[in-house]
Design a protein around this ligand. Structure first.
Ligand code: 3PG
Length: 400
């Protein structure tokens, strides 16, 4: 983007593909981290006199307008953060978008409606995506890719559109890639990785890669129960992905062979049912050893002994990557494990990276100071796929 700014953007229509896919509750944004992350790019372009068109997806609407997924709240928040009103177009490539863009003066910013309201955005058909990309291209003179959280998607605005316009990477993408490169190219050891979240199936590819890279793998969250089951423990009614047991068993064996320390919870918090996340009434969980989960209970967080164990394994790590909460942190009864890991990252002198999605939101909503972490990525799936060593369509499209 510095190259673009040096060439000059005064009066040019610059399309910024951002990732404003923020969590919403009752139409209100609960974590605006992704909006704040794109501010440097939007500000720099506006200050240089560009007519800035910000576009993004939000959630997973079904290829048609759906008020529940409108980008309007994100556009309003962007305006608040910029300290200047932002125009909002109620469609993506229709008359509203065209009129909004035509009405922009140099230095002004507009947001167009959710890109996924158009079926061409996510279509698997190259022709359909291309057609939508053509219409988006007609709105702008230049493309800036800055939606790091979506670079793993081969979608029209991420992959096809940059091929149709002069294209540049924004500041956020440059920062994110710079940090993740440190984890892949020349990582400082010991390198510890904490993985949590609900489903082990989402993490198989990254575990596969990390078994050759990391020195320690610390497992928590819902996915831990498939590991515990693979070790021969009974997990009661905890989340279990039975079909993943062969893969997980193989990883446990491989970790042992390769000298990777694979750590599983030694104790967990259990309850008879999943807690109510709206009312958040006390649920009085029990703490049990990981090999003694009662048949009628489900595990909802790592226990205090595991918190201490994991903290000690992070204390002397030179590099830490963390993706995925340790428990149902949205309920206060089950937030301690995630808090303990976040605190361990704050306390370690090593370089720490929080990998997107739920863990980034958890860090902020649990009240941690963002500046205490080395880097908080805006990409959940994107940062994992980067670490898996995959070619990410949204980065490849900007590289040529
Ligand atoms: C994310 O939240 O990880 C990104 O915004 C991508 O969203 P998606 O998984 O719906 O494509």
């Amino acid at each position: 983007i510095d190259e673009l700014l040096a060439e000059g953007v005064d009066g040019k229509r610059v399309f910024v593909r951002a990732d404003l896919n923020v969590p919403l509750a009752d139409g209100r944004i609960t974590d605006d981290g992704r909006i704040r992350a794109v501010l440097p790019t939007v500000k720099a372009l506006a200050d240089a006199g560009a007519k800035v068109i910000v576009a993004s997806h939000l959630g997973r609407p079904k290829g048609a307008p759906d008020p529940a997924f409108s980008l309007l709240p994100a556009a309003e928040r962007l305006g608040e953060l910029l300290g200047t009103p932002v125009a909002f177009a109620e469609d993506t490539v229709g008359p509203a978008a065209q009129a909004t863009v035509d009405g922009l003066r140099p230095g002004q910013v507009a947001v167009i409606e959710n890109l996924r309201f158009n079926p061409g955005e996510t279509s698997k058909d190259d022709g359909a995506r291309g057609e939508f990309a053509d219409r988006l291209a007609a709105l702008a003179d230049v493309y800036v890719g800055d939606g790091f959280g979506a670079v793993h998607r081969q979608h029209a605005s991420v992959y096809d559109l940059p091929a149709r316009l002069p294209h540049y990477a924004g500041y956020l993408i440059a920062t994110e890639v710079g940090v993740l490169q440190k984890l892949t190219d020349d990582v400082k050891r010991p390198y510890a990785v904490v993985l949590g979240g609900a489903k082990v199936s989402d993490k198989l590819a990254v575990i596969d890669q990390l078994l050759g890279k990391a020195d320690r793998l610390l497992i928590g969250g819902g996915m831990a129960y498939t590991f515990l089951k693979a070790k021969g423990y009974e997990v009661g009614i905890s989340l279990l992905q039975e079909d993943q047991l062969p893969a997980v068993t193989e990883y446990i064996e491989r970790a042992e062979k390769q000298g990777v320390e694979l750590l599983l919870p030694v104790d967990v918090l259990v309850a008879p049912a999943f807690p109510d996340l709206k009312e958040k009434a006390p649920t009085h969980p029990d703490t049990v050893a990981a090999d003694a989960i009662p048949a009628d209970r489900l595990g909802l967080d790592i226990g205090p002994e595991t918190c201490n164990l994991y903290a000690s394994k992070l204390a002397d790590a030179a590099t830490v990557f963390w993706n995925g909460p340790m428990g149902v942190f949205e309920h206060p009864d089950y937030a301690e494990g995630t808090k303990a890991v976040a605190q361990a990252l704050v306390d370690t002198p090593g370089f720490t990276v929080v990998g997107g999605g739920d863990s980034a939101a958890a860090v902020r909503t649990l009240g941690f100071d963002e500046s205490a972490f080395g880097h908080i990525s805006t990409g959940g799936g994107a940062s994992l796929e980067y670490l898996e060593g995959k070619t990410l369509p949204g980065l490849a499209a900007l590289e040529d």
